[in-house]
Design a protein around this ligand. Structure first.
Ligand code: ATP
Ligand code: MG
Ligand code: MG
Length: 379
């Protein structure tokens, strides 16, 4: 049987490995975490740093095709892998998504709407960005940011210098603050033959900078959902994607869809597909990178997905298991540090019957939290 190589040992690798097993593949994980979420379920593991040529070589020669759940592998590492085995999605896509400047440049050149942005290398660039974008704006590191880390909101002129000094390394990206009505995302899969499918549009709510709740389908007009799917397909084509890509977007107050960022891998906001779709995002990902046909990204139910973050949420695990209708997914992490994603819970509703906010909250049982708890976009 064929072996799928997955770079990265976290929960996305774990769930990809389970999906791969269901399709008859074995998986081989490259990770620096011997007991991590993916290593626990994989057929084989190479332990090593992601920039260690020996580890990369041992890993690649043990597999038939390489894919990723961890995006931040070095350019040299990508080149080494690509010299040994087919790498899907290809290295050029990872290089774009690793770097916010490259990402914004690519999106802008592809004619995809994004928030106004400026590259900021010097204090002079910063004051130009301040003038061009107005207050408030956001300053972000170009690399390695996740869960809202590596970014700072500039509300007053006095915020600029401390943020510039704290966020490293430079260059940074300054982005105009989008006064969004909501955040949405689209998972798009594209096969070797160039045929692409999109899952239904997801609505996302964050808490402390971390994705908290996803709802599918997004409660936005159908025209906006169409726009979002078309944008995701255009991005997939422009990248010549083979694999799966998550596209995060804002819907602004005028109903315009702006792309925030892209991630060429399964995405947290697509976890609802695991229970609401006959072929979920992980199965679609495995199919795309192994050259299998892509079935329609159909959805049989409406769904809500709630992330389990840190020790407080995990304290509810026994209560979650005891609540009918909650569909729990555990990532196998032993230590529940604050802010760490430990698992998620899906709840299904009949297609077309996604309830309003209070109905979703009620269905979450012990995880109900009140919608007032989510991040205020203006804050
Ligand atoms: P992720 O964990 O999704 O990778 P990240 O750390 O890469 O997150 P972003 O997605 O860029 O960061 O930003 C995190 C959140 O901050 C967004 O989901 C959104 O809520 C808010 N945000 C980011 N950029 C903007 C913007 N230009 N205008 C308004 N809100 C923004
Ligand atoms: Mg990100
Ligand atoms: Mg994001």
């Amino acid at each position: 049987g064929a072996v799928l190589g997955i770079v990265g040992g976290g929960q996305l690798g774990r769930m990809s490995a389970v999906a791969a097993a269901q399709l008859g593949y074995r998986t081989h994980i490259l990770t620096d975490e011997p007991e991590g979420p993916a290593a626990q379920v994989a057929h084989a593991v190479t332990i090593g740093a992601y920039d260690d040529p020996d580890a990369l070589r041992r890993f690649a020669t043990a597999v038939d095709v390489v894919t990723f759940e961890f995006e931040n592998i070095s350019a040299d590492g990508l080149e080494l892998l690509a010299s040994l085995r087919p790498v899907r999605p290809s290295g050029h896509i990872l290089r774009i998504s690793q770097d916010r400047v490259a990402e914004k440049r690519f999106l802008t050149e592809a004619g995809i709407p994004v928030a106004p942005w400026r590259e900021v290398s010097t204090p002079q660039d910063l004051s130009v960005a301040r003038t061009d974008l107005g207050l408030p704006f956001i300053l972000k590191t170009t690399r390695l940011g996740y869960d809202g880390k590596g970014q700072s909101r500039i509300r007053r002129d006095e915020d600029m210098q401390p943020a510039f000094d704290t966020l490293v390394p430079h260059p940074l990206v300054a982005e105009g603050m989008v006064d969004f009505a909501c955040e949405i995302s689209v998972m798009v899969a594209r096969g070797l033959d160039g045929i692409a499918v999109t899952f239904d549009v997801t609505e996302n709510r964050h808490r402390n900078g971390i994705l908290d709740l996803s709802l599918a389908p997004a409660r936005v007009p159908e025209t906006i959902r169409d726009d979002a799917r078309k944008i995701a397909l255009r991005i997939a084509d422009a990248l010549d994607l083979v694999g799966l890509l998550g596209v995060e977007m804002f819907v602004d107050r005028d109903g315009q869809v702006l792309v925030n960022e892209i991630a060429p891998r399964p995405h947290n906001s697509g976890h609802w597909t695991m229970d609401a779709c006959p072929v979920d995002q992980f199965a679609m990902h495995v199919r795309a990178v192994t050259g299998l046909p892509l079935p329609p990204a159909a959805r049989h139910s409406d769904a809500a997905m709630k992330n389990l973050v840190g020790p407080d949420d995990m304290a509810l695990w026994p209560a979650i298991l005891a609540t009918p209708g909650l569909l729990p997914h555990h990532y196998g992490k032993t230590e529940a540090r604050p802010g760490r994603k430990m698992g998620h819970v899906n709840v299904l509703f009949p297609a077309g019957a996604l309830p309003g906010e209070f109905g979703v909250d009620a269905a979450l049982g012990p995880l109900a939290e009140g919608y007032g708890q989510q991040d205020d976009p203006t804050d």
